[in-house]
Design a protein around this ligand. Structure first.
Ligand code: GLA
Length: 376
C-alpha cells in the first residue's frame, strides 16, 4: 500500500527511457448505450507495437485487449461482449473492475469495530464480487485521457455510504496505462469517509489463443506461490495456508493447465470444479513482484503478471456453461479462459489473521497490477 510513490517514480523513468518518438495514444469515443438509454463511452489505448486496450465506462471494464502473436498477427485475447448491455444482462464479470469486495464474504456478514454488517447473498450462502450491483455494474466517469509516453485513462466512481451494505463513502479510481514495452498497468486507488473493508480487482478472462478460440487447457501456467488458501464446499477459505508442494496446485514451475485439473483425488479440485483458489503470492505484499506467467505454446503469446497484492485468485472459467455468446459469436464453455485476480484473500473480513482488507479515513488503498506481453 505504501510503495506507491516509489512505484510511480519507477514507471515515469521507464516510460521516459522507452517512450521517445513512438508514444502510445489514447482516444475516446462513444460505445453504444444500455437498453435504458444510458450512453457508454470507451477509451482505446494503442501503442506502436500492435497492442490496443479498450476500456469502457460501464464497470471500468477492459472490453478488449489486442495483442500480436509470434507471427505478428493481432487478436483480442479477452472474453467479453460486443455491446455494453450484454455485460449487464449476462454478468460474468468479463474484464470488469470488481468491488467493493472482490471474491467471497461468508454468509454475507462481517463485523467491523463491534458492528455487524449484512450484505446481499448472491452466490449460494455467500456474498460475491460486491453484491447485487457491484462496481462492475456501475457507471464510472472518465476523469482524464492522455497520450504517450504511456497512453492512459483514469476512471472514477463514488460509492455512497451504505451502498450494497458496506460502510463509508468510498472514492475509487482505476487507471489503465499502456506503454511501448507492451505493459498494461492497472492501478486501483480508494479513500473512505469511515472505516470499511474493500478488495478491488480486475476480472479479465484471458485466452491467449485469441481468434483461434482454443480452450486454455494447453496453456502453460507458472504461479509464484508456495502456498494457497484451501476452501470449503462453498469456496470460503478454511483459514489454512497450505503448501502447494505435492498437490495439483503446485505451479512453481510451468505446468499445463489441463494436466491436473481433473485430479479427482484432490478435494480442493472437486470443490472448485477445477481451479478457483487464492494463491499466496511469494514475497512481500505491497511491493510489485512477479505473481504469474501464462504461455500459449501455439500462438507464442506470453503474459506475465506482477502484483502488489498479497494474493491472486486463479480461476479457470469453471462456471461458463456454453449458454452465453460473446465476441466473434463464440459460446463460452468451461475452461475457455484463465482469470488471475490479484487482491487480498477471500473472506478476509472474517479472518483476522489474513492480510487486512480494512481501510481507514486518511489512508489511501492501492492495488497495482502489471500485465506484460511478449512472444516466444
Ligand atoms: C471468481 C470466483 C469464481 C466465479 C467468478 C465469476 O473468479 O472465484 O468462483 O464466481 O469469479 O463467475
Amino acid at each position: 500500500m505504501h510503495m506507491i510513490a516509489k512505484l510511480a517514480l519507477g514507471t515515469a523513468f521507464l516510460a521516459l527511457a522507452a517512450g521517445g518518438a513512438d508514444a502510445a495514444t489514447a482516444t475516446r469515443a462513444p460505445f453504444g448505450q444500455l437498453s435504458d438509454g444510458t450512453k457508454i463511452e470507451a477509451v482505446t489505448l494503442t501503442n506502436g507495437h500492435g497492442m490496443t486496450a479498450k476500456i469502457m465506462t460501464l464497470g471500468a471494464t477492459l472490453q478488449s485487449l489486442v495483442v500480436p502473436d509470434k507471427a505478428g498477427n493481432k487478436a483480442d485475447i479477452t472474453l467479453g461482449y460486443d455491446s455494453a448491455q450484454e455485460y449487464l444482462s449476462h454478468p460474468d464479470y468479463f474484464g470488469a473492475s470488481v468491488g467493493r469486495y472482490a471474491n467471497r464474504i461468508a454468509k454475507g456478514k462481517f463485523t467491523l469495530d463491534g458492528k455487524t454488517y449484512t450484505l446481499a447473498t448472491n452466490d449460494g450462502p455467500n456474498s460475491l464480487h460486491g453484491g447485487l450491483r457491484g462496481f462492475d455494474k456501475r457507471m464510472w466517469k472518465i476523469d482524464s485521457v492522455t497520450s504517450g509516453p504511456d497512453a492512459k485513462v483514469v476512471l472514477s466512481y463514488v460509492s455512497a455510504d451504505g451502498e450494497e451494505g458496506f460502510p463509508g463513502q468510498l472514492k475509487v479510481t482505476a487507471t489503465y496505462a499502456l506503454d511501448e514495452n507492451n505493459e498494461l498497468r492497472l492501478e486501483y486507488k480508494a479513500t473512505t469517509s469511515k472505516p470499511t473493508v474493500l478488495n478491488l480487482t480486475n476480472h479479465s478472462y484471458f485466452n491467449l489463443s485469441g481468434n483461434d478460440a482454443r480452450d486454455v487447457m494447453g496453456d502453460m501456467v507458472t504461479l509464484h506461490a508456495a502456498r494457497f488458501t484451501p476452501v470449503g464446499a462453498t469456496l470460503i477459505p478454511t483459514g489454512e495456508r497450505r503448501a502447494v508442494a505435492g498437490t495439483p496446485f503446485d505451479f512453481r514451475t510451468p505446468h499445463r493447465v489441463g494436466d491436473r485439473i481433473r485430479d479427482g483425488r484432490d478435494q480442493q479440485i472437486r470443490y472448485g470444479r477445477g481451479y478457483d483458489h487464492n494463491f499466496i503470492v511469494d514475497g512481500k505484499a505491497g511491493t510489485l513482484r512477479p505473481a504469474a506467467v501464462v504461455e500459449d505454446p501455439v500462438s507464442g503469446r506470453v503474459m506475465e503478471i506482477s502484483v502488489t497484492a498479497p494474493g491472486i485468485q486463479f480461476y479457470t472459467g469453471n462456471f461458463l456453461d456454453g449458454t452465453f455468446v460473446g465476441k466473434n459469436s463464440r459460446a463460452y464453455r468451461q475452461g475457455d479462459a484463465i482469470c488471475l485476480e490479484p487482491g487480498v484473500f477471500p473472506d478476509s473480513p472474517n479472518h483476522p489473521d489474513f492480510p487486512t482488507s480494512r481501510l481507514n479515513p486518511g489512508q489511501t488503498y492501492t492495488n497495482t497490477i502489471v500485465y506484460k506481453f511478449s512472444t516466444k
